[in-house]
Design a protein around this ligand. Structure first.
Ligand SMILES: [Zn+2]
Length: 239
């Protein structure tokens, strides 16, 4: 990769970076996977009855997915409301105080190194088109991209689906009632999913893939190992 021209490396990294929603979805899958893998192992450590494991895992899936969806909705809603309010105020300023708004742009472009005259030419050209003017003020003054405000419902639904998808993996063998081997099959499936998630995340961040896979496997494995141990100790204490 180091032999490739810098512009090509940048294009590739930028392409990966622009996959923000894909990365968010994989992170959501990872949340569900690690959280429910740990929960399932904790309960499996405490009881030999697979029905309890399935019940806890199913409840963990629903609770986690709803909590992620609600959290995502509230945070996106608040962010979107604020962005819309800021854009509304900016649009009114552009209408009511065009002089001051042109001067703002002139100062911004002077700070970027343009001469006063150059900055005035650019600012006037931008201010001539109301849509370009609002878009430019939004980006330069508010740091907002008006075309990328995001949808709270879409974000909420995709968080729900991602978490539920990840959380489903450890309970799948219990659902399929593969008997006593459900515990082992659950560990194997979860480990495979952890490696897959770690690999994808590392790839999307432009990092070393094997290290991403190993790190995720270790993190999930430690979390599940700790809850299994606690579950076993509690199971013995309660028996
Ligand atoms: Zn402005």
């Amino acid at each position: 990769m180091s032999q490739k021209p810098l512009s090509q490396q940048r294009e590739r990294t930028l392409g990966l970076w622009n996959n923000g929603s894909l990365r968010a979805a994989i992170l959501g899958v990872n949340d569900g996977l690690v959280s429910n893998f740990s929960l399932v192992m904790g309960v499996a450590g405490g009881t030999g009855d697979p029905r309890f494991v399935l019940l806890a895992g199913g409840a963990g899936l629903m609770a986690g997915a709803f909590s992620m969806a609600a959290g995502e909705y509230v945070s996106m809603r608040a962010q979107r409301d604020l962005s819309e309010r800021l854009l509304e105020l900016e649009a009114r300023e552009l209408l009511e105080e065009p002089e001051e708004e042109t001067e703002e742009l002139v100062l911004i472009y002077q700070r970027k190194g343009l001469t006063r005259q150059e900055a005035e030419t650019v600012a006037k050209r931008i201010m001539a088109d109301p849509i370009v003017a609002l878009d430019t003020h939004a980006r330069e003054e508010l740091g907002l991209d008006p075309s990328q405000l995001g949808s709270p419902w879409a974000a909420s639904l995709s968080s729900f689906a991602a978490f539920a998808g990840g959380a489903f993996v450890p309970i799948l063998p219990y659902l399929a009632s593969v008997g006593d081997s459900a515990f082992l099959v659950s560990i194997v499936l979860s480990a495979v999913a952890l490696v897959a998630v770690g690999t994808l995340l590392a790839y999307l961040s432009g990092k070393r893939v094997w290290w991403g896979a190993l790190r995720m496997l270790l993190a999930g494995g430690i979390a599940a190992g700790v809850t299994f141990t606690i579950g076993s100790l509690l199971g013995v204490a309660l028996a």
